[in-house]
Design a protein around this ligand. Structure first.
Ligand code: FES
Length: 177
């Protein structure tokens, strides 16, 4: 990995808070520290992206060029990995995050219909956030709760044996301002 530096980070976005009040999208010092911590590591991209998301709540577009430069990758390679893995966000999440399981056992227990119902009700797609910034819905692929499917996580807390009314209640609670 080349020496970590963030000279190419967009100066215009550095240090500004986002409109949603979530962490600033491009804190050069924090990004530089993340890149420095992974200097000389083999296969550093995934650990770096995880650290960036943990720090900022998502992978800001402004961070792609410095990450690519530090890891000797193209920006397209970095962006491709961010968009391929469902774990990574390219925009800040809402105040609550609902992860609905889309793996086989949950789908077999009606998960697909439940998810469609929830997304329709909220007026968003997968990975989307409600207009009031309250709730983001993301896909997850098996939570290890197959025996009590369909399963979900709300802000990291497992929810099992979901049905329509239960999911409506969950969404309504999470959507509340
Ligand atoms: S398939 Fe959904 S928890 Fe395993």
């Amino acid at each position: 990995m080349r020496g970590a530096h963030v000279a190419s980070m967009d100066q215009a976005t550095r240090g500004k808070a986002s409109n949603t009040g979530l962490p600033a999208p491009a804190d050069a010092a924090q990004l530089e520290a993340i890149l420095a911590a992974h200097a000389d590591s083999e296969g550093a991209l995934l650990p770096v992206l995880h650290a960036v998301q943990e720090t900022f709540g998502y992978v800001p577009a402004a961070a792609v060029a410095p990450i690519a430069e530090a890891l000797n990758l193209s920006k397209a390679e970095v962006t491709g990995v961010v968009s391929f893995y469902h774990d990574f966000r390219d925009a800040p999440a809402g105040r609550h995050v609902l992860k609905l399981c889309r793996a086989e056992a949950c789908q077999a227990m009606g998960g697909r219909g439940l998810a469609e119902r929830a997304l329709r009700r909220l007026g968003i797609g997968w990975g989307g956030t409600t207009a009031n910034g309250a709730l983001t819905v993301e896909a997850v692929y098996c939570l290890g709760l197959c025996a009590i499917a369909p399963a979900a996580l709300l802000d990291g807390e497992p929810v099992a044996r979901l049905d329509g009314p239960a999911l409506d209640v969950l969404c309504a609670r999470a959507e509340a301002p």
